[in-house]
Design a protein around this ligand. Structure first.
Ligand code: GAP
Length: 443
């Protein structure tokens, strides 16, 4: 299957099965903004829940935070985003398409007569690159004037930095410690695309770990290892994960060192998470711009310092896309194509489907009771329409790991058939044991 075909099939499946819809579709859609449907919202929530459990609940050195999207405009001056969060923008005067100045498809130097538009092929039609700030602006209060400009945050990290002392004092943590946050971020990307890979509104899962300056490199290495393991534990194929180290020209203005975790998408190896050693850049800048001291007093060592920060920053939408791409497969079973989303059971939107074999002979009543019992423990789906084979296929396509079928025998022996999605193997399980059986396997 060609790589572009995989993405096309996935986008179509996501719409058909209610994972992801185009935003404002009935109005023709809004560029690179997407909505999550019933299955998609569960998938993304499961990804975020796993991240929160690993980063906050399973550790006693990380606290959670939920900072507002709107922040004081000076925050973005201090962070460097007003001056430096820009992309070079190039227009084609001929076909009116717009590109990033560093688009590898552009031949020649934009603005020069030799430069060739990658879409219409015209020579000399590309403008010289203009710097374009990626932050969305809006106005606070009734008057739309420069003094009222506020930004939609382009990253969640700054909400953590400005709250670092609040959290430190309220939680009585000591350095080394971290603050974790999941929240929306907005970037007016010039060339968004590849479905939910690069969008203008997205969610980040970021953690900032505050450490003594001399300990930063060591913590950086630890976080690199832990974060890669987290993606593997999500069920992603290890061979499709790799590290990419930022060279000196790639490093963001705040970073002393940076590694990306990349995944091999159908459109190439791409970043899904960044791990950065940000040094003392952020707190020093906020100290300078706010006039408030943000250093830390280490009582044991009797010394003051501005903490260094090791950041782990992943996109929830990008990780959700990664799980979809990694899970998608087509198989031929008895001469027919079976489409499967082979999610790790812990992130599957629906954990089990309950299916009465036929809609008579007391089977629907038993199935309905079982469905309500199981629904109290995990997300379930009840389906009594169509041939059983077709119902199994529908659940395979939704990524549901278990189908529980109530048949004629159930009424005699109190057992049901549990069919496992990947192996398609079926086992008989006592009705009273189904909950425990599935729970053990989705953990
Ligand atoms: N605080 C650091 C920071 O924001 P980044 O590399 O710009 O670093 C971190 O972004 C992660 O956020 C990326 O690895 C990606 O998963 C996600 N991300 C960034 N821009 C995105 C976009 N336009 N659409 C979807 N996810 C995005």
């Amino acid at each position: 299957m060609a790589d572009s075909t995989v993405m096309e099939k996935l986008v179509s499946l996501c719409k058909r099965r209610g994972f992801v819809f185009q935003s404002s579709e009935i109005y023709g859609g809004l560029g690179s903004v997407w909505d999550y449907g019933p299955l998609g919202v569960e998938l993304k929530k499961n990804v975020k829940d796993r991240w929160w459990r690993a980063m906050v609940h399973a550790r006693d050195d990380i606290e959670g935070l939920d900072a507002a999207i709107l922040m004081h405009p000076r925050v973005w001056e201090a962070s460097g985003h007003v001056a430096g969060f820009t992309d070079p923008l190039v227009d084609c005067r001929q076909c009116k398409n717009r590109f990033r100045g560093d688009d590898p498809r552009i031949k020649g130097t934009p603005g020069e007569p030799d430069a060739q538009c990658p879409v219409c092929g015209t020579r000399g039609s590309l403008t010289a690159p203009r710097l374009f700030n990626l932050m969305f602006k809006t106005f606070m209060g009734p008057v739309e004037e420069q003094a009222a400009v506020v930004y939609l945050r382009p990253e969640t990290a700054q909400g953590i930095y400005v709250n670092y002392q609040n959290v430190l004092n309220a939680s009585r943590q000591k350095i080394p410690f971290g603050i974790a946050q999941i929240g929306k971020a907005f970037r007016n990307e010039i060339t968004p695309g590849n479905f939910i890979f690069r969008t203008r509104e997205f969610e980040q899962m970021e953690m900032q770990f505050f450490v003594a300056p001399e300990a930063a490199s060591e913590w950086f290495e630890r976080w690199r290892e832990w974060r890669m393991q987290w993606h593997k534990d999500l069920g992603l194929t290890p061979a499709r994960l790799q590290w990419h180290q930022h060279g000196p020209t790639e490093l963001a203005h705040y970073a002393k060192a940076a590694f990306d975790i990349q995944y091999e998408f159908p459109f190439g190896w791409q970043e899904i998470e960044g791990i950065h050693n940000r040094g003392d850049f952020d707190l020093t800048r906020h100290q300078e711009y706010s006039g408030k001291k943000l250093d830390y007093f280490d009582q044991a060592a009797n010394r003051r310092y501005v903490p260094f920060i090791v950041e782990t920053s992943a996109g929830a939408d990008r990780v959700a896309l990664t799980t979809l791409v990694d899970a998608y497969r087509e198989e031929t079973v008895e001469g027919e194509t079976r489409v499967v989303l082979g999610f790790h059971p812990s992130i599957a939107p629906i954990k089990a489907a309950v299916l009465p074999l036929v809609k008579k002979d007391g089977m629907p009543e038993v199935a309905d009771r079982l469905y309500h019992d199981l629904r109290a423990a995990f997300p379930c789906f009840y389906d009594d329409s169509g041939a059983i084979g077709r119902r199994y296929r529908r659940m395979d396509e939704a990524g549901t790991p278990f189908c529980v079928t109530v048949d004629g025998e159930t009424l005699n022996d109190g057992q049901v058939t549990v069919r496992e999605r990947d192996s398609m193997q079926q086992v008989r399980v006592a009705q009273a044991q189904v909950d425990a059986y599935i729970r053990e396997r989705i953990r």
